[in-house]
Design a protein around this ligand. Sequence first.
Ligand code: SAH
Length: 346
Amino acid sequence: MKSIIQDLNFNQIKELTAACGQPAFRAKQLYEGLTQGKDISQISTLPAAFKQKLLEDFEDCAIKILQTFEGADGTKKFLFELADGNIIEGVLMAYKYGNTQCVSTQVGCRMGCKFCASTLNGRVRDLTSGEILSQILKVNAAYGGTREKRAVTNVVLMGSGEPFDNYDNVVTFLKNLTDGDGLNISPRNISLSTCGLVDRMYDFAEEGIPLNLTVSLHATTDEERARTMPVANKWSIAEILKACDNYFAKTGRRYIFEYSLIEGENCDKRHAEELIKLLKGRPCHVNLIRLNEVKERTLKATDEKSAYRFLGFLEKGGLSATLRRQIGSDIGGACGQLRASYIKDD
Ligand code: SAH
């Protein structure tokens, strides 16, 4: 595979343009074209010879939308093809306040969570920063968005992959996504979800990107967490909470816990009480979601009534919590489901 030009920020594009012997205004045209979601060959303002030179070193198309699935509730799910033929997936969800795109950070995942479809075949490779960014550039363009008036207003790093297992590329992606010369999406409109790689949580607190840090908790004790999340053998819940508090101290941003309700596993009254004990008084929010059942997995979702009962316990205990509506479940909404079924049908 050649290099991915969307890995570069505006300054690097300026240097590249100068190195190609082109006048400075060509850098602006190139960067604008890329920000509009165009492939190199599609940027009509650039001279053919310059494009040809770029194509010696860079892929023309970092990523293309291979298929789009539209759910009954307006959710759109995408299969993307990377330049090396790998397949990743993403989702665009319409909310009252705008459109949230969920991006993947790796092809597959090696964290091994028992409920997740992304990790079924392990990690294939990391995505480059430009491959993560291009998911948004392409979807924004596909829905008529521009740099000034974006079709994608919010971004969540909750697709396939563990963002902090691809730390450097994810940080570069976030810097480029929030850059005033690029799409200029505010960190406040970005959520990053991690399974809890504590050392990276400390590193990230120093990056100066005050986004919504989200941790997948899914259990109230280390022993129970380790039953579904192997990462619990490496980092304890106590260590995670300390790292979250450090993030709050450094950024002023409250943090969020994801808690997927799994029948018979984590949603009894006892679990609610333990969760309240762990989290009460902390600057955090709990996002409950009923497990999206994955056909390759045996774990079952709790029913809706029990989910609301669990939410009620948390609220009565003084926690800030919401039960997320399940969206896009008719189109393989859960992480990695679509890619898994695409690869199998192949
Ligand atoms: N690797 C990151 C981000 C990926 S997934 C992380 O672990 O946080 C985004 C969220 O969806 C995580 O909280 C993950 O645990 C959860 N998730 C994965 N599979 C799920 C499923 N089948 N049903 C419900 N939530 C799921």
